[in-house]
Design a protein around this ligand. Structure first.
Ligand code: NOJ
Length: 751
């Protein structure tokens, strides 16, 4: 090796030094783990693999015999490796102390929680954040969540959910990044980096968890806890890559799931967990089961009883048991009976201890338990500013026909209609266990900061009062009181801002729906208002794509605002009054009707894709083939023109793509420039288009930016029928544009 100058030599020496340090640190940790393991009894080892729920919050059904006395006893014996749903520095410290001081080896607990889009200060729901296509902002949002979560004693979040899903009936789409694998991969990485930071041992970083491994997003008919049955091409090309991206980003834990995948419960799937995740991908962290997913192998008809389910789970590589009580009750016996090799238990324990070491818990088990930090950091003003920024970027302008938006500052007579407009709870969205009810800024509050000419009418009641994480949301479909008052107000106003949508708790876990229209009497209200005043700005709040076909046809302006968290109303008001120019793009297709589901942009062609004079082509008799709003769609208060697509196949086989984008309007705007490819002919069918690059750019009015994308084999290849990653020669199509439905088109031949 030669060095051209002393600087290069210096860099090399520092690199080697750092490397040696890191290696020394790893060896040191490994030695410590081995020392500890050698001291542990079998029961203590199994204890590390056992996770209990706390004593209050539940995020699943509580198993029989799981009372507090037993939990305390097990904690003292060192039979518990982790707790979930215990928060607050005082509570965490109390339990940590119990274990550290009273159990024989004093191995600290790791405390997990569903910190999905913030702890106290809430960011938009993850699907909304994904609509920003802004990876820096998404990473920052996870960072803020980690700072607040670690301030209350937590050191592990069960996020990000990286499940790709094409089914908006499934309520959990609110928790993911949408339907696309490429976008999902980038977002998975951003979220893992945000939660874990650069150094996991810092007291404000927490371990992340990529879930649900694997294919839970394909639950049949969008029904929660349902079976998935998908082909291996979909598994390898669509489902697994975001998990791989999370692993490559260094995610410390992975959660499996409730689902059967092609007949095998993923919790008991050794091929997925041992061969692929820990084998091929070299994942060094640990796998946590989903809540009771080990014991649920009994109703799945795979395990005879709880003991058998423990055997299957442990053998398959589920390292930690969340709330099945299967390992703590049976795993030691299974080892003694020779049914589960102790080496598998050792492997699981090593993995769990490693994460605890990396979190710095052995140096200071109370490092996440500083009460002063808790007080100082929760709802911090900086966090509010950050989640507001995320909220601004997450909104998608679906339609703006009569350019009702942005509203003029001096606009007189603005009617604000809809129960959700005054809501301070629902906009927080689902999955916000740590936060406080009713703490969102409502749209009404936000608008009043911009204008004194706002008058409000709620219209008919939409949601029952008991909407929370555990209950089904009750929806009023009969009582029309409030309708007349709202219509009268609309009649006497210049412009009507209608805030309609789902309740925050109508999406999330266990919130599958078969109808995706506006719940209750909201569409009736909208129609009645539209009949007297068509100048409507419809602000949608929802946790999933909705079927808003009538709305899209009759309402001139529609802003998709999802559930934006704590700063909802402030962010929405800024967009409505033009203080921020919307820049989001849909991360999931909006269907015209439920019957079209699953509908997604990167589908395969059929053998009969084009209209025929007869009926024998691929279509519905009663519905269009196209979606209502396609993946990647989103407007701005300005317009962007695309031109000059250049495609250059370079000597090294990579492909350089250039396009010019001009802001043709008169305000600054941000555009998400999207690049799609189509592998026209391959050994297995490839989708009609696939996102393979995007850049979010801000362009001043009248200016042009030239964007460059480089496509490498990573973007051009796919997993073939033997599950090998291949890049096949032949023709490729390219499209660069502002949505999956439209753009500049070209192509090239790959040699
Ligand atoms: C069940 C959910 O599927 C999972 O995502 C969550 O992390 C656990 N419950 C813990 O609450």
């Amino acid at each position: 090796m030669t060095f051209k100058n002393p600087f290069q030599l210096g860099c090399f020496i520092s690199f080697m030094f750092l490397n040696t340090m890191l290696m020394a640190q790893t060896t040191d940790t490994n030695t410590k783990i081995e020392d500890l393991l050698a001291q542990m009894t079998l029961e203590e080892k199994v204890g590390q693999m056992n996770q209990y729920n706390g004593f209050w919050d539940v995020t699943g059904p509580a198993p029989e015999g799981g009372n507090a006395a037993i939990k305390y006893e097990h904690l003292k014996k060192g039979w518990v490796g982790s707790m979930l749903n215990v928060t607050g520095t005082e509570e965490v410290r109390k339990l940590q102390k119990l274990v550290v001081e009273e159990s024989r080896l004093g191995i600290p607990l790791i405390f997990g929680y569903d910190v999905i889009h913030g702890y106290k200060t809430l960011a938009p729901i993850p699907l909304a954040e994904s609509a920003s296509w802004d990876l820096e902002a998404i990473e920052e949002s996870a960072r803020v969540a980690a700072v607040e979560a670690s301030a209350v004693g937590l050191n592990w979040t069960f996020a990000p959910m990286v499940d790709i899903s094409r089914d908006p009936r499934w309520g959990r789409v609110m928790e993911g990044a949408g339907e696309d694998t490429y976008l999902g991969m980038q977002i998975a990485k951003a979220r893992v980096n945000g939660f874990q930071g650069k150094d996991l041992s810092q007291p404000n970083t927490i371990a992340a968890c990529a879930k649900h491994f694997a294919a839970y997003g394909f639950a049949e008919a969008g029904k929660e806890y349902n079976t998935t049955d998908i082909g291996t091409s979909t598994l390898y090309n669509t489902v697994l890559p975001p998990f791989k991206a999370a692993v490559d980003a260094g995610v410390k834990t992975v959660m499996n799931g409730f689902n059967l995948l092609n007949g095998v419960p993923v919790t008991g799937d050794a091929h997925l967990q041992r061969d692929i995740l820990k084998g091929k991908w070299g994942f060094e962290g640990f796998v946590i089961s989903d809540w009771a997913s080990i014991s649920e192998m009994v109703p799945h008809g795979i395990a005879n009883d709880l003991k058998h389910s423990a055997e299957l789970g442990a053998k398959a590589g589920s390292d930690m048991d969340m709330e099945s009580y299967a390992y703590v009750r049976h795993l030691a016996d299974l080892v003694k009976e020779g049914k589960v090799p102790e080496a598998l238990v050792d492997d699981a324990v090593r993995r769990i201890l490693k994460v605890k070491f990396e979190l710095g818990l052995f140096d200071d088990p109370y490092r996440y338990c500083d009460a002063k930090q808790e007080e100082a950091l929760l709802y911090h003003e900086d966090h509010k500013a950050s989640v507001q920024n995320m909220a601004l970027k997450s909104m998608v302008l679906l339609k703006n026909e009569n350019t009702l938006l942005p509203l003029a500052k001096d606009q007189t007579k603005i009617a604000v209609i809809g129960e959700l407009a005054a809501e301070k709870n629902s906009p927080l969205g689902s999955w916000r266990l740590g936060s406080d009810d009713g703490t969102a800024v409502s749209v009404l509050e936000g608008l009043k900061q911009f204008s004194d000419n706002v008058t409000y009418a709620s219209g008919p009641k939409v949601f029952g009062e008991n909407a929370n994480f555990l209950n089904e949301v009750v929806v009023n479909t009969e009582d029309t009181s409030g309708m007349d008052e709202a219509v009268a107000l609309a009649k006497n106003s210049e412009v009507v801002v209608m805030v309609l949508g789902e309740h925050g708790f109508q999406s999330g876990e266990a919130r599958s729906r078969t109808e995706l229209g506006l719940p209750g009497l909201q569409l009736d209200l909208l129609k009645a208002v539209q009949a007297v005043n068509p100048n409507i700005v419809l602000v949608l709040m929802n946790g999933r794509p909705l079927t808003i076909t009538w709305e899209a046809e009759h309402i001139p302006t529609i802003l998709e605002a999802w559930q934006l968290g704590t700063e909802s109303g402030n962010a929405i008001a800024k967009v409505l009054f033009g203080a921020y120019n919307p820049s989001g793009k849909l991360p999931m297709t909006f269907p015209r009707s439920v019957g079209q589901i699953p509908i997604y942009y990167n589908h395969f062609n059929t053998g009969r894709p084009n209209p025929e004079p007869n009926v024998f082509w691929s279509h519905y008799s009663d519905e269009e083939n196209t979606p209502l709003y396609p993946f990647g769609h989103g407007l701005s208060y300005t317009n962007f023109a695309y031109e000059d697509l250049k495609i250059n196949v370079r000597d090294d086989g990579t492909v350089k793509v250039n396009a010019k984008v001009t802001n043709t309007g008169d305000v600054f705007g941000e555009e998400v420039v999207q690049l799609y490819i189509q592998d026209k002919k391959a050994s297995i069918a490839r989708p009609v288009q696939e996102l393979k690059g995007f850049q979010k750019v801000g362009i001043p009015a009248g200016e042009t930016k030239t964007l460059t994308f480089i496509l490498t084999d990573k973007e051009l290849g796919f997993f073939n029928h033997k599950h090998e990653f291949v890049v096949e020669p032949g023709k490729f199509g390219i499209m660069v544009g502002g949505s999956s439905a439209d753009g500049l088109k070209g192509g090239f031949t790959k040699k």
